[in-house]
Design a binder for this molecule. Structure first.
Ligand SMILES: C[C@H](O)[C@H](O)[C@H]1CNC2=NC(N)=NC(=O)C2=N1
Length: 101
């Protein structure tokens, strides 16, 4: 599990939807707004299944209809390829759940 360098993280973000890199917290982060609370819960559940299969888990924070995903590799104290891959899967599930963006 190799940490990505600055260049690799910046490049990786160009292939993702609205993720931002928080260097201080060693994570990438995306917030999405769903129509309502239950849609947000369904989205989180779908992501939980994918995360469990990948054995790589995002931190997910839900406030009514807003969900924030925090992605980092705890064991490596930073961002790895696993984080980029899971972020891409999260983007797909968000796009499926929220077709109009
Ligand atoms: C033992 C097992 O591989 C781990 O504890 C996994 C599970 N999911 C994980 N998820 C994330 N995001 N970072 C980790 O370091 C991590 N470790």
């Amino acid at each position: 599990m190799t940490l990505l360098n600055e260049q690799q993280i910046t490049d990786g973000l160009t292939h993702l939807d609205d993720w931002e890199w928080d260097r201080e917290h060693h994570e990438i982060r995306r917030t999405v707004k769903m129509p309502d609370f239950m849609s947000a819960i369904h989205l989180i559940t779908a992501i939980a299944h994918v995360a469990e299969q990948a054995n790589h888990h995002p931190d997910m924070d839900i406030r009514y209809n807003k969900v924030t995903f925090h992605q980092t590799t705890h064991a490596a104290h930073g961002i790895t390829e696993n984080d980029m891959q899971l972020a891409a899967r999260i983007d797909e599930l968000v796009a499926d759940a929220q077709p109009r963006g």
